[in-house]
Design a binder for this molecule. Structure first.
Ligand code: ADP
Length: 429
């Protein structure tokens, strides 16, 4: 139970950390991308405007002399290019990107769809499949109101782009490492946090176990004493006293059952009541339990049937399985309908794994859907008065669940109010 709480706390802590780290990565990375992108955009825009201004003179020169002026090679390394075209689309001047990129860049300029002066982030694919990233700006070359041509300016930002990708990778790996360390620390801290809880739980469990154990002897002494008074011929007790003694005996028996159930659960919690497995015929055990309940069933006017006939070997704790059957049949008779029927069946399936199924079906009051899970909790009773009158303690199904789980099995109930309930136990063998 505590391992579960600890793991749960660690998972909550890790989930919070994941959200926090994700938010951090997204915020810091997108912030950085935005700043760099903005800066490059402004750079390219300014450069394009400057080229457009400079090309007015170039176009004037062409108009005068028919030839462009001799270009001073203002190469900006290999990262920036420009292409200027006249209105007829004829190239006027250029500073071109490196050879392998030229065709791809020209192609994307020819298919240009951006607005005048707009900077567009463009992916350029090389024939070998490699990608280059460019910021390209196309701007009109205009003298006063007269448009002379267009100049395209582009900047290769592949290295920035790759740097950002590497940065993202580093951020993610750092976060994963940090998450791993934080989860480990969270696990340690959760372990420390539940120490006081553990201590008080253990003290309480010890108290329940000790108290139940200590109560058993006085209760059995009381029961024998009442029996002794009732069977003492010399002692003439009045009818009223006899009635009181009967009631007292009933209450002592009830208390003895509660104490025994509490002790079973306290031991189960402490894992002290270990399951002792042996090979036995489940059919024989079920048959015996069904027969032992026949008188009670007859008294209540309920037909109790058991459908098993063949030998069914299981490897389990015989006493506990016996106790499980007693709890389920006792409940079926307690909450069954007078004149109704209770059916105990036992069967096995062999594929995919050998599993034994025990089911106890009644046609009694049924259990509302929202309470079908709760009835397996300690002291949970739907109708407290009815349960008490029938001698119930509210611990039966909690013990049944523990027995089943101790055998790595499952227990469930299928029920409809007013129609009846079926408790189904599956035990892997
Ligand atoms: P109890 O001692 O009260 O029977 P259990 O733990 O065995 O305690 O059962 C818990 C509650 O589940 C019961 O009080 C009852 O309300 C409900 N319950 C159990 N078995 C049945 C059944 N076969 N039909 C209807 N209700 C049931």
């Amino acid at each position: 139970m505590f391992t579960k709480i600890r793991n749960h706390l660690t998972m909550v802590y890790a989930a919070v950390m994941i959200c926090y780290l994700l938010a951090f990565i997204i915020a810091s990375y997108s912030g950085l991308v935005w700043v760099l992108y903005r800066e490059e955009q402004q750079d390219v825009e300014a450069f394009a405007k400057e080229e457009a201004r400079e090309h007015v003179a170039v176009f004037r020169q062409i108009q005068l002399t028919g030839k462009p002026p001799v270009e001073d090679d203002d190469q900006n390394g290999e990262t920036i290019f420009h292409y200027a075209f006249d209105l007829a689309g004829q190239p006027v001047s250029s500073s071109e990107p490196p050879g392998d990129l030229r065709d791809a860049v020209l192609n994307s300029i020819q298919n240009w769809k951006g607005a005048d002066g707009e900077v567009v982030f463009t992916k350029i694919y090389l024939p070998d499949g490699k990608k280059n990233y460019y910021m390209i700006c196309g701007i009109r070359i205009a003298d006063s109101e007269q448009v002379l041509g267009t100049v395209f300016v582009g900047k290769n930002i592949t290295s920035y782009y790759e740097m950002l990708q590497r940065l993202l990778l580093v951020l993610i790996s750092m976060s994963l490492l940090f998450l791993f360390i934080a989860t480990f620390a969270g696990h340690l801290l959760a372990g420390r946090a539940i120490i006081p809880l553990k201590n008080s739980f253990f003290r309480q469990r010890e108290f329940v176990a000790d108290a139940s154990h200590e109560l058993r002897t006085p209760l059995s002494v009381m029961l024998t004493s009442v029996d002794a008074i009732q069977t003492d011929d010399e002692n003439r007790i009045s009818q009223f006293s006899g009635q009181v003694l009967d009631d007292m005996k009933g209450e002592i028996k009830r208390m003895t059952k509660i104490v025994a159930d509490l002790l079973t659960l306290a031991r189960a919690d402490a894992s002290a009541d270990t399951i002792v497995k042996e090979n036995f015929d489940l059919n024989l055990v079920a048959d015996k339990v069904a027969r032992s309940f026949k008188p009670l069933a007859n008294e209540k006017g309920i037909r109790l049937d058991y459908n098993g006939k063949n030998k069914l070997l299981v490897h389990a704790d015989r006493e506990r399985i016996n106790q499980l059957l007693v709890i389920l049949i006792d409940n079926a008779l307690k909450f069954g309908r007078q004149g109704g029927e209770v059916l105990l069946s036992v069967k096995q399936t062999t594929s995919p794994k050998r599993t034994v199924y025990i089911s106890v079906q009644d046609d009694g009051v049924g259990i509302p859907a929202e309470q079908q899970k709760l009835i397996f909790e300690r002291f949970y009773r739907i109708d407290k008065v009815r349960s008490r009158e029938a001698g119930g303690t509210g611990l039966g199904l909690a013990i049944a669940k523990w027995i089943v789980e101790a055998h790595s099995g499952t227990i469930k109930v299928e029920s409809t109010v007013g129609v009846g309930s079926t408790f189904i136990v599956s035990l892997p063998c």
